[in-house]
Design a protein around this ligand. Structure first.
Ligand code: A2P
Length: 330
């Protein structure tokens, strides 16, 4: 496991244990900074090693969650050593040779790999889980999505910064961020990834490109606005979906309630819909407030929440590994 000490790496360790993934030997790899530290594993502990090319000798599978540049450096060495790499970074996602997989949506894509399989962007995974069952019933023409993204998407240090700066504000101090560009404590800001000349940030461009690739819809019209909110580890999304023809709301509700990896949380009378706290630490995403768009007869709207570290990253990667082992798609 490359990036074992990070937020996603730690969740991967928990999931491998929880799902009894068959492992003969597990190597916990990270940077020199954490070499020699230990991580809990199967009632005992694992000693973290600094990543080096020999670290992949005899390894069948690498779960990588250490950022794009680290993956670019080490994935080729791991593949050359005979391993399959399931990479959580954006380094290879749009490479035409690399499958980009959400097991509930495009499980068969795993078999086209040449050593690397990419785990999609977290917001994209959550979005495609809701879009795919609807697309199977009626072609989607256009998607407009706004995200409300937690600190976890920026890593374990960003989560810790949110905790600390929230305490600072409660104590009457002035929060000063160093991990994220602005303090997230009692605040929100547009996603901090680089913006290009089109006015879209990298996170928004990832959502657009990756959704098209996963769903096999290269011409899908999709626009996204990504926002960071002061939530620790679950993302939310408001999604407006235009179909080729009108889509009955009840049918969408039934399809989503039956969809793999999706729970319906919807009580209009009680005004109770998915919240980040409903999905934190849980596998399925939650969808609700499915309604007709009052401005367009062929569009529906829905709200969703999903645990960014779990289904948005670690769980999806473990499910891909399970597909490789021959498990039926979820
Ligand atoms: P380390 O803890 O040694 O810095 P997160 O996204 O939660 O911040 O986690 C990033 C993960 O990637 C951590 O496990 C981190 O290890 C690891 N990492 C970062 N840079 C490197 C690198 N150059 N080589 C190996 N692992 C790295």
């Amino acid at each position: 496991m490359l990036g074992a000490t990070g937020a996603v790496g730690r969740e991967l360790l928990e999931l491998l244990e929880e799902r009894r993934f068959p492992i003969a030997e597990l190597r916990a790899l990270a940077s020199a900074r954490s070499a020699g530290t230990t991580l809990p594993w199967q009632g005992s502990s694992l000693t973290v090693q600094e990543c080096c090319s020999e670290a992949f000798d005899g390894v069948d599978l690498v779960l990588a969650s250490a950022g794009g540049s680290t993956s670019r450096t080490w994935a080729p060495a791991a593949v050359a050593a005979g391993a399959v790499v399931i990479d959580n970074s954006s380094a290879f996602r749009m490479d035409p040779e690399v499958p980009l997989v959400v097991p509930e949506v495009n499980p068969d894509a795993v078999w086209s790999h040449s050593g690397v399989i990419a785990n999609p962007n977290c917001t994209t995974i959550l979005l495609t889980l809701a879009l795919a069952p609807l697309q199977a019933r009626c072609p989607i023409e256009r998607v407009v999505v706004s995200t409300y993204q937690s600190a976890s998407g920026a890593g374990a240090q960003a989560m810790e910064e949110l905790r600390q700066l929230s305490r600072t504000v409660l104590d009457g101090g002035t929060p000063r961020s160093s991990v994220l560009p602005h303090s997230l404590a009692f605040n929100l800001f547009l996603h901090n990834s680089p913006i290009d000349a089109s006015g879209y940030c990298e996170e928004e461009r990832k959502m657009i490109r990756e959704t098209r690739k996963i769903m096999g819809l290269p011409d899908l019209r999709l626009t996204a606005t990504c926002v960071r909110v002061p939530v620790l580890r679950a993302h939310s999304e408001m999604v407006n979906i235009s179909f080729r023809e009108p889509f009955p709301v009840q049918e969408a509700r039934d399809l989503l309630a039956a969809a793999p990896g999706v729970d319906l949380i919807e009580d209009f009378e009680a005004n109770r819909f998915p919240m980040p706290t409903d999905v934190t630490g849980r596998d399925p995403i939650a969808v609700g407030r499915i309604r007709q768009d009052c401005s367009d007869p062929t569009s529906l709207e829905l709200w969703l929440c999903g645990d960014q570290i779990r289904k948005g990253a670690a769980l999806n990667a473990v499910q891909i590994a399970e597909l490789l082992l021959g498990a039926p798609s979820p």
